[in-house]
Each structure stands twice: as structure tokens, then as C-alpha cells.
Design a protein around this ligand. Structure first.
Ligand code: URA
Length: 230
């Protein structure tokens, strides 16, 4: 990656600011001042600004355990936003890969890699998302079959793609879907005449919510987790 891009990703500096800082010999790569902002750097290089070592250059990936009451948006006048929970530089460069409703808890993936998050969100990639749901009414006997076939949601022109339903208890289920339609899980249960009281995302593709993360906590993804979104 180019030096100016790498530095601007992990600092509050714009690319133009980085170019100026490089000209002023404030940036070093492996101990040597570099004035050319187009020089290529990798994670293996130690990049310093004003003598401070900068975090690894390159895209960032995090998982967060979303608490109730937080919104998956970049701004909200009324409620706290998920990005407020991150203590990271350049928050404005990060986005959420697969939003959750304000009253849904659990796994949220956050990145600045648009191609990676596209693979999670795009219907073409059929990335599975698994949720635990607590329902108001006992689950109907034919629910597994109906979800397998796909259900009609209000105001939609096509059935949902096949979804897997595992019955955990009378009114507790685990559901896996491969799409991300608006309020999809809640609307799927509404289509059966039921209502979701609690919804918690457990996994996205092969990435499981880390049990060690308390609500509101986050951690970087491992290289294996990042690579699993293919
Ligand atoms: N489906 C919903 O209805 N809500 C969510 O937050 C996620 C999936």
C-alpha cells in the first residue's frame, strides 16, 4: 500500500496532510525519513510519524458484541451509535458489515475494507448469518418446512431464500439466513403469526461471536477469521 494511504488510514491526517508531513521529513520507514508519499509499505514495515510508531498499515477488521439500545449508523441524534464503543483512530473510515436493529444484540463486524464487507452483505455471496430468537408464541409445527421453502414477506416480490430453523425449546429457536432484507428475521416470524421478543446474532459465515467479549466489548479479527469471508 502507498505510504500516504497507509498513514492516513491510521491517523487523523488526510492524504494531503501526509504528503506535507513526508516533505517535512516527519515520517520514517524502518528508521529512515521518506519524503516520497508514493513509496510502498507493508505490515512488516515500521512506520513512524514524529517519532511515534504507527499501528499496522492496512485494512482493519473488528468484531463487537452489540448491546441493546445502540444503533448501527454513523450518526443518530437520539441514541448512542455502535462506533462510539470503539477506541480507535479514524473512526469515520470504518463501517459496519451487516447492520443490526437497535433492539438486536450480538455479533457486529466493523471494517474499512469495502470489498470484504460487500462479500458479507451481497445476496450473491449467500453469506450465512445465524441468530438466536426468543419468540412470543410457541413455534408452529410446520415452521421448519415453511422456512426451508422460503416465506412471503409483506411488500416483497420474491420469497425469502431457504432458511434453516433449529428448535431449541417451545419458543426459542436458532435461525440461519443468507440474505439481509430489512428486519428480515422479525418479518419472517411475523409471516408465521409469531413475534420476536429477543434477537441475538451468534455468527456470520464462520465467524462466531467470541464468548469472552462482554456486551459493548470488541476485538480485532484474527487472520483466519478475516480470510474465512471468501
Ligand atoms: N433481522 C432482523 O429482523 N433484525 C436484525 O437486527 C437482524 C436480522
Amino acid at each position: 500500500m502507498r505510504l500516504d494511504k497507509a498513514v492516513s488510514q491510521v491517523t487523523d491526517l488526510s492524504r494531503a496532510d501526509v504528503k506535507r508531513a513526508a516533505r517535512q521529513e516527519r515520517i520514517t520507514v524502518n528508521g529512515v525519513a521518506v519524503t516520497d508519499p508514493s513509496v510502498k509499505v507493508s505490515d512488516a514495515d515500521e512506520v513512524c510519524l514524529d517519532g511515534e510508531v504507527l499501528g499496522a498499515a492496512g485494512p482493519r477488521y473488528f468484531m463487537l458484541n452489540k448491546p441493546l439500545g445502540y444503533v448501527c449508523a454513523t450518526k443518530d441524534g437520539e441514541h448512542p451509535i455502535v462506533l462510539d464503543l470503539l477506541d480507535e483512530p479514524n473512526l469515520q473510515k470504518l463501517h459496519i458489515a451487516g447492520r443490526l436493529d437497535i433492539d438486536t444484540t450480538g455479533l457486529v463486524l466493523i471494517t474499512d475494507d469495502g470489498q470484504w464487507s460487500h462479500r458479507i452483505a451481497s445476496p450473491r455471496h449467500q453469506c450465512a448469518k445465524t441468530y438466536y430468537a426468543h419468540l412470543a408464541e410457541p413455534i408452529a409445527d410446520d415452521a421448519v418446512e415453511k422456512f426451508e421453502k422460503g416465506v412471503w414477506l409483506n411488500h416483497e416480490k420474491t420469497r425469502t431464500k431457504p432458511a434453516r430453523l433449529e428448535i431449541l425449546y417451545r419458543n426459542e429457536v436458532r435461525i440461519t439466513i443468507t440474505e439481509g432484507r430489512y428486519h428480515q428475521v422479525k418479518r419472517m416470524f411475523a409471516a408465521l403469526g409469531n413475534k420476536v421478543l429477543e434477537l441475538h446474532r451468534e455468527s456470520i459465515g464462520e465467524i462466531q461471536l467470541d464468548e469472552l467479549l462482554s456486551e459493548g466489548d470488541y476485538r480485532p479479527l484474527t487472520p483466519e477469521e478475516i480470510a474465512s469471508i471468501g
